[in-house]
Design a protein around this ligand. Sequence first.
Ligand SMILES: [Zn+2]
Ligand SMILES: [Zn+2]
Length: 222
Amino acid sequence: MQIETIKVGVDNCYLVQDEGLILIDGGSPGAFRDFCKGIQRIGVNPKEIGAVVITHCHWDHIGCAKAIKDCTEAKIIVHINEKNILEEGRYLMPPGVTTWGKILGYLFEKWSQKFEIGPCEADILIGDNNQSLSDFGINGKIVFTPGHSFGSISVVLDSGDAFVGDMAMNSIPMTIKPSLPIFAEDILTLNKSWKKLIDMGIKTVHPAHGKSFPVEKLLASI
Ligand SMILES: [Zn+2]
Ligand SMILES: [Zn+2]
């Protein structure tokens, strides 16, 4: 099993290769070239990507979803709660839950609203139950982990690798170390989702913003 990071704008997209190949998240608006350069560097044929799992539909995670779908012909997977946001290319930014989150959220909103998000049709809708990724040749599952947004999902591999979208952040200017997100729709629900992932025995957290880290680094904040 191989995990590669492709930074598409401000969003880490992760390429997970096992018997099959999937991509996690759809990058920031206007950054499709980053995706193309990334798969070229890794040496992947885009048509081999079977699915793109969208962890949630904030603007920075769906910006290139349509372009990636057209180039890969992969199935787009999203939680049912956020289907309409994806399909309308709607701009969405969550509220700040810390003082810094509120300040930065205000600045981000001013800056990011100018980007255009192309509407992208969803192919597979996830509900509240775990969904195996075996159809795509991946030993792992999709888990409903709401809190940062109401339709956030995570990919949890049998190896203990967890791709959590924005359930954690590890990147300046948001945070200086592995932390809970500074933006969230519902922080209490987010905490419950973290407990769910920890009970599943996850080992390594792969956030959408910043470097991967061992889950132990986050345990004190949950
Ligand atoms: Zn987000
Ligand atoms: Zn994000």
